[in-house]
Design a protein around this ligand. Structure first.
Ligand code: ADP
Ligand code: MG
Length: 617
């Protein structure tokens, strides 16, 4: 292996040369105490910065074995180190001058969630971090001095300060790992005792603003009603008390602006762990929980929505329902079926974002529009069957209709941001008014919906494999996919020849990337993979843009490797996540692994696969 001295010599050798000379720096270098790998070199100073990787062997990093003994501990340690390393890089970023992104040093920008990220992995051998560096240049002339400062001064300093245990606040590191172990224990215990969710006393649920995920200052802390209070003994934090939401159907009611949606939002985020200080450290929800909402306009492919929708006026088969433009109610019905297929054990619904006609239909309306003329069986008539025959609980915010009172196992009222258990009162009320109950549900069979459908063979087009590209995931695809109107994409490859080594880097990597369709993301809102688009704006449980980025790669992996007609959507999603767990990011990325990927849940991957559509021209 080359050494840091070799790197210094090479950098000096390209000073004042044209920018492409930087390509020669790709490769690995042994430094004092760590190895630096230049995985990808940018094409010019205005392009996406270069991707670098540092590996610090445990012998040098010095983290005690207890901090990296389990998967849970390693994930928390990696998250903590990502944040520390990002802070160090920020101190050095843009201090070296030049054009475009010259001098930039950055890695993942973690939010409030603790997620597995490509930015840092704690393996059996080493602490591995990935980051971006804008190799400096004036115009397109390499700034050798600046580059030498970045790579041989700044990077070692950041590594030393952020990735070596002796230089970190040991108590802080331990606290991060302890918290993760507590959260893990709480999840297990809650599930084992029949809870779908738990909200600790003292939790801070509201956020600073619609645009900030930080906790609100001076919020009213959460306090469990006595009747729902559960206490768990956690390995580090000791006894933690809070509101346990049992399996079944849970209703959250209350006046407008009393904190119903805030509670539900905290629950839907409770599928992820949160960092210390977030306020939601001990707000945890069954990790398979899916937020259901109306999403009119979305694409739906071969979904059995017959438990909710039958006899559509256009005669469409609702046991294999496909559309490129769903209505509010059909989209929500499809989401239930897709959720069941993806193994969801809890649905979360807020009336604020639901289709009203999907949820309930009142007596008077039933008299005016005869049952037979109404294609929709509302959710209120299906929610018990979902629990009893499919094992899927529901937590539902419903401030405007009493119809759900009759089917709820527990009813929580939010009043001035405080939760009250009003189940007994509601039971009495229902017993006194039996005639207000929504008239009996028809028989329902969810087997078709839950069984899932084969993920059809979706070719990205021969062009996707024919044309090379920069392989930084931002160019190079020319495949064409045409939709037959039901979400199937036929190959219409153009078979153009690759641009090959003109953009080439190095042997294997180039060949691997050469074959992939281009992946693009627009923040956390939209993905495109070759000529396939996925609108993910309303998939609410995508935590951040890095998860969206990883989803784009994961969708591509599925379409290129698993979409052969033999697997259901959910099977393909689970299999892809298994590949990620077992083999890391590499199979998803082909060439080098970028530093901005966060592991999604299989539920969100399935949700993306359920929303594929041919790109508009
Ligand atoms: P609802 O869904 O019942 O209409 P929201 O959950 O949207 O009400 O909450 C209304 C407002 O109150 C929001 O601006 C929210 O940030 C704020 N809020 C919610 N919970 C609390 C709390 N515990 N302390 C202080 N403010 C809160
Ligand atoms: Mg609301």
């Amino acid at each position: 292996m080359k050494t840091s001295a070799d790197l210094r010599r090479a950098v000096r050798g390209i000073d004042h040369r044209g920018y492409p000379a930087c390509k020669a720096l790709a490769g690995g270098y042994q430094f004092d105490g760590f190895r630096l790998f230049v995985d990808h070199v940018q094409g010019d100073p205005f392009a996406a910065p270069s991707t670098l990787r540092v590996e610090v062997p445990h012998a040098q990093a010095g983290f005690p074995a207890v901090l990296r003994s389990s998967k849970v501990a390693r994930r928390a340690l990696a998250d903590h180190l990502t944040r520390r390393f990002a802070t160090q890089l920020a101190h050095c970023s843009m201090r070296v001058k030049g054009s475009g992104k010259s001098g930039l040093l950055a890695t993942s920008r973690c939010g409030q969630e603790v997620l597995v990220r490509s930015a840092c992995e704690v393996t059996d051998e080493a602490v591995v971090v990935r980051f971006r560096a804008g190799f400096p240049a004036f115009g397109r002339t390499v700034n050798g001095d600046g580059l030498e400062t970045m790579l041989l001064d700044f990077v070692p300093r950041c590594v030393e300060a952020a990735l070596v245990f002796a230089n970190l606040d040991a108590a802080q590191v331990k606290a991060a790992v302890d918290l993760a172990e507590d959260q893990h224990a709480l999840r297990e215990a809650a599930r084992a005792t029949g809870l779908v969710a738990f909200v600790a006393d003292g939790a801070v649920l509201p956020r600073e603003s619609g645009a900030s995920d930080l906790p609100m200052c001076n919020a009213v802390p959460f306090r469990s009603p006595d009747t729902l209070r559960r206490t768990f003994d956690l390995p580090h934090a000791g006894a933690v008390s809070g509101m346990g939401i049992p399996r079944g159907v849970t209703l959250i009611v209350g006046g407008g602006y009393h904190g119903k949606s805030t509670l539900l939002a905290a629950l839907q985020n409770g599928v992820y762990d949160h960092v210390a200080g977030d306020g939601r450290e001990f707000v945890i929800t069954d990790e398979t929980a899916v937020k259901l909402r109306a999403e009119d306009g979305r694409a739906v492919r071969n979904v059995d929505i017959s438990p909710f929708i039958n006899n559509l006026p256009n005669g469409a088969d609702t046991r294999r329902f496909s559309t490129l433009d769903a209505s509010g109610s059909t989209s929500q019905a499809a989401a239930v079926a897709e959720g069941l297929e993806a193994g969801c054990r809890a649905f979360l619904i807020d009336e604020d974002t639901s289709a009203a006609n999907f949820m309930v239909r009142d007596e008077l309306m039933q008299q005016v529009v005869a049952r037979d003329a109404e294609p929709i069986t509302p959710f209120v008539e299906r929610v018990r069957a979902l629990h009893e025959s499919c094992g899927a609980s529901t937590i539902l915010v419903a401030g405007s209709s009493g119809a759900f009172f009759y089917v709820a196992d527990q009813v929580i009222q939010m009043e001035n941001y405080q939760a009250r258990d009003i189940t007994a009162k509601v039971r009495k009320l229902c017993a006194e008014n039996p005639d207000l109950r929504s008239s009996g549900a028809r028989e329902v069979d969810f087997a078709g919906a839950a069984g899932g459908r084969a993920l059809p063979k979706l070719e990205l087009g021969e062009g996707a494999r024919g044309r090379g590209g920069r392989s930084d995931g931002r160019s190079g695809h020319d495949g064409r996919c045409a939709s037959n109107g039901h979400g199937r994409y036929d190959s219409r490859g153009t078979g153009r020849k690759g641009r090959g080594s003109a953009h080439g880097e190095h042997g294997d990597t180039e060949r691997a990337r050469f074959e992939h369709a281009k992946v693009k993301t627009l923040g956390r809102d939209a993905l495109s993979i070759g000529k396939v688009d996925v609108d993910v704006r309303l998939i609410e449980q995508i935590a951040d843009a890095e998860q969206a980025e990883a989803l784009a790669y994961a969708v591509r992996y599925v379409l290129e490797n698993l979409a052969d007609g033999t697997r259901t959507v959910a099977q393909a999603a689970r299999e892809a996540m298994h590949v990620l767990d077992e083999r890391g990011w590499k199979p998803f990325c082909g060439g080098y692994v970028p530093c901005n990927l966060a592991k999604p849940r299989p539920q969100e991957l399935a949700a993306c696969l359920n929303r594929l559509r041919a790109a508009s021209k």
